[in-house]
Design a protein around this ligand. Sequence first.
Ligand SMILES: *[C@@H]1O[C@H](CO)[C@@H](O)[C@H](O)[C@H]1NC(C)=O
Ligand SMILES: *[C@@H]1O[C@H](CO)[C@@H](O)[C@H](O)[C@H]1NC(C)=O
Length: 368
Amino acid sequence: MGSSKSSLAILLCLILAVFSNVVLEAEARAFFVFGDSLVDNGNNNYLATSARADQPPYGIDYPTHRPTGRFSNGFNIPDLISQAIGEESTLPYLSPYLTGERLLVGANFASAGVGILNDTGVQFVNIIRIALQMQYFEQYQQRVSDIIGPEETERLVNSALTLITLGGNDFVNNYYLVPFSARSRQFSLPDYVVYLISEYRKVLTRLYELGLRRILVTGTGPLGCVPAELAQRSANGNCAPDLQRAASLFNPQLQNMLDSLNSEIGSNVFIGANIRQTNIDFISDPGRYGFVTSKVACCGQGPYNGLGLCTQLSNLCPNRDIYAFWDAFHPSERANRLIVRQILTGSTDYMSPMNLSTIMALDAASNV
Ligand SMILES: *[C@@H]1O[C@H](CO)[C@@H](O)[C@H](O)[C@H]1NC(C)=O
Ligand SMILES: *[C@@H]1O[C@H](CO)[C@@H](O)[C@H](O)[C@H]1NC(C)=O
């Protein structure tokens, strides 16, 4: 008995030793980001658009304490994922610094204001709609190919991790932007959601065709609970029912669509992140996560600091770590950390079919 226990212990040590070598030797993994302001690292700084975060106090808690174009007081979700996989942050695709070796880390194609549909965010005029983000990704592959050749490029893309965040703007900045919007006259909400999902499916299929094999797809979160919606369409500070309904229709259909794509492909290419749980825990129960509020934005003005933009003239909270929302729409860095922790280690209630730590371990093992 004793000796079988100790040989088991030795075996476990061996397994751990092998496993840690695998992790150490695993190649640097490229990271690609597509989507909207939740994940834009600063592409819109280079565009003539009103959807931008390049003025203080944006970036107040970033290492440089300066605005970068991220819609956060500090790091955003892609930064924290890069840190978790041991990489430097990806640069915005439009950045002039994205050249040479830096290209091999990956790139961020996201642009604040965009949605699944081309007519989402028209008021922001000059933004990189999703079809153009994907064209830029093709252009990126050509540029990388010029450096490391087509075969290595294919390997880099096939083994990369990707994050895409879309959908919120198709409600907030399209269907519900104005009363009697064109889309709301064209579609009932349930029909609009079906249409969005069918268009999103084409986008995701295209990402697969372009060679990406591990793609995190985020849900919309509780759209009706953000300070902007509390300020504009809520009674008594309850989450706005129309946008909550939108999220509760969209998220389950998104997960079903991902499941169906995976079974068609025969592999878990698409990973749903925070989709099943429409209610994000730190919004329903902010106190438990060390926030004083999930209703009032740190930076803004009007009820819940939810009206207009976050600018140097806005109210600004002294301690950003105790606010779930940095501005009227976007989580604080500390809330982003909670979201990314969920992505890394969350149970299947949050991550479907599995979390990022599991994916990293699987991929490291299959790259031996
Ligand atoms: C959106 O625009 C792109 C590029 O202009 C086009 O290829 C695509 O078909 C459009 N999508 C829809 C749903 O109209
Ligand atoms: C998620 O990750 C943790 C390890 O950090 C693991 O223990 C857990 O079982 C994972 N959950 C799922 C559902 O994969």
